[in-house]
Design a protein around this ligand. Structure first.
Ligand SMILES: Cc1cc2nc3c(=O)[nH]c(=O)nc-3n(C[C@H](O)[C@H](O)[C@H](O)COP(=O)(O)OP(=O)(O)OC[C@H]3O[C@@H](n4cnc5c(N)ncnc54)[C@H](O)[C@@H]3O)c2cc1C
Length: 525
């Protein structure tokens, strides 16, 4: 098997990357990344792959490089942040100092004092509707309803809208609540809730890797695949597919020198993001599988990482921070605290950097607080200053200086993004999930017998553009290939999301109600 990758590095959006020119004195370059890697416990397929990648000293391969977090923070601007500790199997509970205790309680009561009891009850009721909706209603009805409408956010308080309607979607699913598919958001919320309740999970709700992603996962994976006979060609870009007699006979590529090359094979797995893959489907290919044209309706948007390198360890919290009030929908995590086998100052950069605050920016079209410009209208420098300012607004507003300018060493913005204040482009976007997206997502098996699709846009159970979705789709593509070959080889296991047995009877009833044109029994309108 040969993998052709257009970039000089493998690993796609999941990879970490060196910050150019940042290494001194024999240290490794500062670790940058497209965006931080969050691997929740409800993922099953990616964790299975991690388990099967050998890693020196680890009984469970790269899976042992996952580290659970013990808390999550919703950082508010101008009011106490909401800090929610959660227990974690096999790890010590978060340290509850008197200060931490008071802060948790203050945030808890503040949140609830700002959320009227009837709104909380309403939200819980809406979730019950989802949990007891049959699969057909989920696909046929809830896929068409925006999350904002499903949660009745327009009728609720500003706090409800910010916390439960907008924050959940924009910051996590990278899709605007007003258009985000209820099926996609609710599937994700359901998975998180079951995970938090310890149901059907591979591990704790929030997990990250214990080193930069390439060190903890991608490099060992490449070594393992190479040992199994896989060849990698980097700098080769797929441009076209040649169809003859109903089958793909060759892929047309440009190699690293820009020269046109053709590659023949028995089978072709197209493992590119949808906005790149669809450019390689010419009219003949599309005619052979008219369903491919539906992928033209899939939308991508900007969600991009920026890392801030700090001269002091700055753990903030032991988990992810969701800057729920930030106009640019910022989420962040402090990484050094998880990298137990690394000494940041000794291992990376110029010896003065002690931490990396890795940040995702999910909203690029709303004006910021420093320049009044959207992220797309900014220069790279302005984006960095603006993100830093928005994080300080969320973290330094309750009497403490969590982020200080004096400790900021440098920053690194994903090079896939090009910004000069007038023009903006992003070569590595992310699939978003407005209503109806599900109907346009393809299967891994196409109507062309030897062409298969893998990637986060392929329709899989998780229904959210993630590494887990990409992994599940790749398994489906391999199984389709084995079926096509009539192979006796064992098929890849594809583990669906957990479904609670307690709700199955209610879902069966709901199926009957749905067929009769009736609402879900808990859907009171
Ligand atoms: C900022 C950000 C943060 C994220 N955080 C998380 C997270 O915490 N957890 C999570 O599960 N998911 C996360 N995701 C989503 C996740 O990164 C993607 O869903 C996942 O990487 C998709 O994998 P893929 O293989 O489909 O595509 P990609 O990872 O994009 O890989 C596709 C590869 O195809 C290559 N390619 C493209 N065109 C061509 C061509 N013409 N010829 C040859 N090669 C080509 C690309 O260079 C790339 O290497 C995040 C995404 C973003 C944008």
């Amino acid at each position: 098997m040969t993998v052709y990758e257009r970039k000089s590095a493998l690993g796609g959006k999941a990879r970490s990357m060196d910050v150019p020119g940042s290494a001194r004195g024999g240290r490794r370059p500062l670790p940058g990344e497209h965006g931080f890697r969050f691997i929740p416990g409800f993922y099953h397929n990616l964790p299975d792959t991690l388990r099967r990648i050998p890693f020196p000293g680890n009984a469970n391969g790269c899976h042992d490089n996952l580290v659970p977090s013990t808390e999550v923070m919703l950082a508010r601007i101008g009011r106490e942040d909401i800090r929610i500790p959660f227990g974690s199997i096999g790890t010590p509970p978060p340290v509850l100092t008197p200060d931490a205790f008071l802060r948790v309680l203050t945030a808890f009561f503040e949140t609830f004092s700002h959320l009227p009891a009837h709104e909380i009850a309403h939200f819980a009721g809406r979730l019950l509707v989802w949990f007891t909706s049959c699969e057909r209603r989920r696909t046929e009805v809830w896929e068409r309803v925006p999350w904002f409408d499903f949660t009745r956010a327009a009728r609720m308080s500003a706090n409800y809208r910010q916390l439960l309607a907008i924050g959940i979607t924009r910051n996590i699913v990278a899709t605007k609540a007003e258009v985000a598919s209820t099926k996609t958001v609710s599937t994700c919320v359901e998975a998180f809730l079951f995970n938090a309740l310890g149901r059907g999970a591979d591990g704790e709700p929030d997990r990250v890797l214990n080193a930069p992603t390439n060190e903890a996962w991608i490099n060992p994976w490449l070594a393992h695949l190479t040992s199994l006979g896989v060849e990698f060609r980097t700098g080769w870009e797929v441009a076209d597919l040649t169809l003859d007699d109903g089958r793909i006979t060759e892929a047309v590529l440009r190699d690293a020198s820009g020269a046109r090359r053709t590659v023949t094979a028995d089978h072709f797995v197209s493992a590119m993001p949808v906005e790149h893959a669809r450019r390689t489907w010419n009219a003949r290919v599309r005619a052979a599988d008219p369903r491919l044209a539906r992928c033209d309706r899939l939308e991508t948007d900007w969600m991009t990482g920026i890392q801030f390198y700090l001269t002091e360890p700055t753990p903030v919290i032991h988990g992810h921070i969701n800057h729920i009030d930030s106009p640019w929908s910022i989420t962040a995590v402090s990484q050094a605290q998880y990298w137990s086998g690394r000494n940041f100052r000794a291992d990376y950069g110029d010896g003065t950097v002690a931490d990396c605050l890795s940040v995702d920016v999910s909203e690029w079209d709303r004006p910021g607080i420093l320049y009044g410009k959207t992220a797309r209208q900014c220069t790279r420098e302005e984006v960095a200053r603006e993100v830093w300012a928005q994080m300080k607004a969320g973290l330094n507003d309750t009497g403490r200086t969590v982020l200080s300018d004096a400790k900021l060493h440098s920053w690194f913005l994903d090079p896939a993004v090009e910004l000069d204040g007038t023009r903006a482009s992003n070569d590595e976007q992310l699939l978003i999930h407005p209503t109806g997206t599900w109907y346009h997502r393809p299967e891994a098996r196409t109507a062309i017998p030897n062409l298969y699709l893998a990637g986060d846009y392929v329709a899989v159970d998780i229904d959210l553009a993630t590494m887990e979705g990409a992994n599940a789709s790749a398994r489906a593509a391999v199984n389709a290939l084995l079926d096509e070959e009539g192979s006796a080889a064992e098929r890849c296991a594809i583990t669906p999301l957990y479904r609670a047995p307690e709700f199955e009877a209610l879902k069966r009833q709901d199926e009957i109600r749905h067929r009769l044109g009736l609402r879900n029994v808990f859907d009171l309108g």
